[in-house]
Design a protein around this ligand. Structure first.
Ligand SMILES: [Zn+2]
Length: 186
């Protein structure tokens, strides 16, 4: 599918950060398996002149999404911590634009489109289609892909470039995305 990249496409990499990979604070099983796949997509995007964006979860200390504060997750991706870094194996050239989310004190932002202005930016560039991968399939990738669709883009999910928190969650997310009109590609 990589050869199908067109000028009005964008590659959107969701939250490939240390904390979401094995050994991290909120490790996703085989989360790091998405990295070589995404590296391949990044280099093809660069070669095709297609823009790439990489989102990162970037929480203030004691964020509302952490369990101690009544949220669902252990503390993760705390601003400037080691765990909040993009995984070091992810080959992000300087041309990849970063999207920072999860910074609000009063609510979580799972989607890379949630109050980041990303949709405005992509529409301004004439982008029509998004290729989405990253972590986690059933949380931030799901929210990002669905929002992308709502914002009027065609959305392609790169199946082997994402992993879920739980297998059941992954199945459910795939169905939800596919039912909504997102194309699932290998
Ligand atoms: Zn988070």
């Amino acid at each position: 599918m990589i050869n199908e990249l067109k000028k009005d496409d964008v590659l959107l990499i969701v939250d490939v950060q240390k904390d979401f990979c094995p050994g991290g604070a909120l490790a996703i099983e085989n989360g790091d398996a998405v990295i070589p796949v995404l590296n391949n997509w990044i280099s093809n995007a660069v070669a095709s002149g297609v823009s790439a964006y990489a989102s990162r979860d970037w929480h203030p200390k004691d964020h509302i999404s952490f369990s101690k504060q009544g949220g669902s997750w252990p503390p993760h991706c705390i601003q400037d911590s080691e765990g909040a870094r993009f995984h070091s194996d992810l080959e992000l050239p300087d041309s990849v634009i970063k999207v920072t989310k999860g910074v609000r004190f009063d609510q979580d932002q799972n989607s890379a489109f949630d109050q980041t202005g990303l949709a405005v930016e992509l529409h301004k560039k004439g982008i029509k289609r998004l290729w989405v991968g990253g972590l986690a399939e059933d949380v931030c990738v799901l929210a990002t892909a669905l929002d992308g669709l709502k914002e009027g883009f065609d959305v392609m999910l790169i199946k082997n470039a994402t992993r879920p928190v739980t297998p059941e969650g992954g199945e459910k997310a795939l169905k939800e995305m596919s039912d909504a009109g997102i194309k699932i590609v290998r």
